[in-house]
Design a binder for this molecule. Structure first.
Ligand SMILES: Cc1cc2nc3c(=O)[nH]c(=O)nc-3n(C[C@H](O)[C@H](O)[C@H](O)COP(=O)(O)OP(=O)(O)OC[C@H]3O[C@@H](n4cnc5c(N)ncnc54)[C@H](O)[C@@H]3O)c2cc1C
Length: 731
């Protein structure tokens, strides 16, 4: 089905996208196990979790019996077991990134604190899952699995303890205050370690039975840093500390614990070797964090997406019911039927919220799927390398550099698993920080928009859909597991990787082809914006500022960070378009989706167009500021800004975009005191070195054609779409 046809589509969106539509968009239409999981998690989210929020359980940061009862619901519904393999007491085979993302989505639809509480257990297990020894994995995973029928035991709960009291670990994960020493090392026996660690803001700490803690050696007999597992029954102090007086995620437990414990050296995650009388942990804490966060951050990103999409229905309902009072609002009258939706701004803003929700969910779920594909490849890579006698260190780095070179030539579709790993890894390295950064950071801003559409209600506990809670909660999602600065810093490195950029170039070509077949998606604007971003990155990588200072470098966050942000807009809009194309391809074959599909597709296509235009605008702004902003104006004092464009060039541009020349002149002419305009000649920004950029910019502006018409259509659809009488969870 071509989406271009939807430009003249008259069928409107009939109902909010169904589960069947979502399954196709997010690619789990063939995963019955995941569909069942979603239903099961939803029953917990819209049942016990929603009832707790509605009853005011968020009004205290203490871990109450009511909140604690959620853990049992998590166990019984399968939420706890999602993380484990079947032989460890779980029920899902294979990689679980998409499954965990769906769990986070369903819980955060109602309350992200509940989602965080459930996922913090997985976070505690993740270091063990990713880098633990087989014995550690079996021991802790099976203890954390919910009891099977007939079993009489409480599943263990875990906490992940990295962050420390100020002035130690936060954004800078290397500044460890937590220490480990050898307490006892009997001849021929296992060393006993003394661990001193204080945590700050540690989730699940109110009830955790074990903790994965990051520490640094304070003893010449231990090398570097590591992560160790601490258990509540270990000799010494296992003090859960005071509850964090947080304003957010009140359905999770957060405390500042203090540990001073003796543990056997076998608790070092990943094990250790002994070289010249020194304990050498197999993995530093940094290596473990890298393996853990690159997966778990995706689920955090998805939480904010869920909240944006969950806001749509309450906002529509509120708008329609508003201002029904008064003598002019009789049933059947536009005022009575549409209420606030009569006002264009109300529906336009909701279109923006919805479009952001779609784009961020598309990006987050794509990242989760990429990790599902990557996980088995990563294992295979390790096996292949081990067979070659390469297990880590510089030898592995060198071997992978060679693979990357091969991958540059091979491109996508390569058969070699190492090449496939390298290609996918470079994409995963970008998608993970991108979705964590954009979904949560920009998502938090857009949640505010949703809240504002509910007026005063938005900032009360009574707000349908708990939107006020969701707004402030999203600031935590933007903060924990590394705030935005961490994601931007990581992106500024991974997005310049040659292998990623080679694939990004292919994505530009792919968008051009999509633009050809489905122009209504806004793919054209997106492709041009992607080109502009790439051009700007390459330009800034080799440019200097007016004083000769290198522009693209780690310490110049004013350059690297906005470019990272700009990329996120592009990636999200791209994933959104690809999702809708998937629906166009798969939808007609699915009887549950086929009915009403034209209207759904037309609407989602319009949202793509709106989002692509917005992304293009953002990228244009960021890139223009960076590309031009570090040059010094040649004649600032004498000529001001009046000479910015050369008339000849404007004439050339006029042929591309009628009206542009007069517009540009309007901005660049000098305005005299009597109000008359004096055209000025003589350029300060010539189209010589930067002409490609400026032409791209003009072209991109032209590509925005039709995007506001798409917004008008989407807004109109919001006034007609059917919604249920009431929310399916309490208020
Ligand atoms: C409710 C809650 C639950 C949490 N749960 C856990 C948990 O279970 N386990 C755990 O270990 N931690 C947990 N955390 C801690 C959380 O991960 C940290 O708060 C977060 O990583 C940021 O660290 P920080 O607060 O020390 O910020 P800081 O390190 O003080 O940074 C503050 C700000 O300074 C700026 N900044 C800092 N460094 C840089 C830089 N290099 N470049 C540019 N800007 C920079 C950024 O704007 C940053 O946001 C939790 C936090 C909260 C609030």
């Amino acid at each position: 089905m071509t989406l271009a046809a939807t430009e003249n589509q008259i069928e409107s969106l009939r109902a909010l996208p169904s589960d069947d539509v979502r399954q196709i968009l997010w690619r789990f239409a063939d995963r019955y196990d995941l569909q069942m999981l979603v239903q099961s998690v939803r029953a917990v989210a819209r049942g016990p979790v929603a009832r707790l929020v509605a009853a005011g359980a968020r009004n205290t940061h203490e871990w109450t019996a009511d909140k604690d009862s959620l853990l049992r619901h998590f166990d019984e519904s399968g939420i706890t077991g999602v993380f484990m393999d079947p032989d460890q007491g779980g029920f899902l085979e294979g990689p679980k990134n998409l499954a965990l993302a769906l769990v986070a989505f369903e819980l955060a639809w109602v309350d992200a604190g509940a989602a965080t509480g459930s996922l913090a257990g997985c976070l505690a297990l993740s270091p063990i899952h990713e880098r633990g020894t087989p014995e550690q994995r079996d021991y802790y995973m099976s203890r954390c699995a919910p009891a099977q029928p007939g079993e009489d035991r409480h599943p263990w709960r875990g906490a992940f303890c990295l962050t420390e009291p100020i002035p130690y670990v936060g954004v800078e994960t290397g500044m460890l205050g937590g220490k480990v020493r050898v307490a006892d090392w009997p001849e021929g026996a296992e060393p006993i370690l003394q661990v001193e660690k204080r945590g700050r803001f540690i989730t699940n700490m109110g009830f955790a039975n074990f903790v994965s803690a990051a520490v640094e050696s304070d003893d010449p007999r231990i090398k570097g840093t590591c992560m160790v597992i601490l258990e509540e029954a270990d000799p010494g102090t296992f003090d859960r500390g005071t509850p964090t007086r947080k304003l957010v995620h009140q359905l999770s437990s957060t405390r500042d614990p203090i540990f001073s414990l003796r543990v056997p050296a076998s608790r070092i995650i990943g094990g250790y070797s002994i070289k010249d009388g020194v304990i050498v942990p197999r993995y530093s804490h940094g290596e473990i964090l890298e393996a853990v966060f690159r997966r778990t951050r995706v689920t955090v990103a998805i939480m904010t997406s869920a909240k944006l999409l969950s806001a749509v229905e309450p906002v529509i309902r509120y708008g329609r019911g508003r201002f029904r009072g008064g003598s002019i609002a009789n049933p059947g009258s536009p005022r009575y039927e549409l209420g606030l939706q009569l006002k264009q701004d109300v529906v336009h803003r909701l279109v923006d919220v919805w479009a952001t929700g779609e784009a961020s969910a598309a990006l987050g779920f794509e990242a989760a799927r990429v990790f599902d594909e990557l996980d088995p490849l990563e294992k295979l890579k390790a096996e292949i390398m081990a067979a070659r006698g390469i297990t880590g260190g510089t030898a592995l780095l060198k071997a992978m550099r060679q693979v990357q070179k091969t991958a540059m030539q091979a491109g996508p579709g390569a058969d070699d698993p190492l090449v496939r790993f390298a290609l996918l890894d470079s994409v995963a390295n970008v998608l993970c920080p991108a979705c964590k950064l954009w979904n949560t950071g920009h998502g938090a801003r857009m949640m505010r928009e949703a809240v504002s559409l509910m007026g005063g209600y938005g900032i009360t506990e009574d707000c349908p859909g708990f939107l006020g809670h969701k707004w402030i909660d999203s600031q935590l999602e933007a903060t924990y597991e590394g705030p935005e600065a961490v994601q931007r810093r990581q992106l500024s490195i991974t997005m310049t990787d040659d292998l990623f950029l080679a694939q990004f170039r292919q994505w530009i070509r792919e968008m051009r082809l999509i633009a050809n077949d489905h122009p209504a998606t806004g793919a054209c604007a997106l492709a041009t914006a992607m080109q502009m971003w790439l051009w700007s990155l390459q330009h800034l990588q080799k440019s200097t500022d007016a004083d000769g200072g290198k522009l693209y470098q780690g310490s110049r966050q004013g350059v690297t960070f906005p470019l990272a942000d700009a990329l996120c807009w592009l990636l999200a809009a791209r994933c959104q378009i690809l999702d809708v194309l998937e629906l166009a391809n798969q939808g007609p074959q699915n009887p549950a989706v086929a009915e009403g599909l034209p209207g759904t597709l037309a609407f989602l296509t319009d949202l793509c167009h709106v989002q692509s235009a917005r992304a293009a605008g953002e990228v244009g702004r960021v890139c223009a500021e960076l590309v031009f902003g570090y040059n010094r104006h040649p004649a600032w004092d004498t000529e001001g800004c009046a000479t910015c464009y050369q008339s000849n060039d404007l004439d050339a541009l006029e042929s591309l975009i009628p009206g542009i020349a007069s517009m540009a002149r309007g901005y660049t002419d000098v305005i005299e005191s009597d109000g008359s305009h004096t055209p000025k000649a003589g350029p300060c920004v010539r189209f010589d070195g930067l002409d490609q950029f400026s032409r791209l910019r003009i072209r991109m502006d032209g590509c925005l054609t039709g995007s506001q018409l798409a917004k008008d259509r989407a807004a109109e659809a919001l006034t007609k779409v059917m919604i249920p009488e009431a929310l399916d969870y309490p208020v």
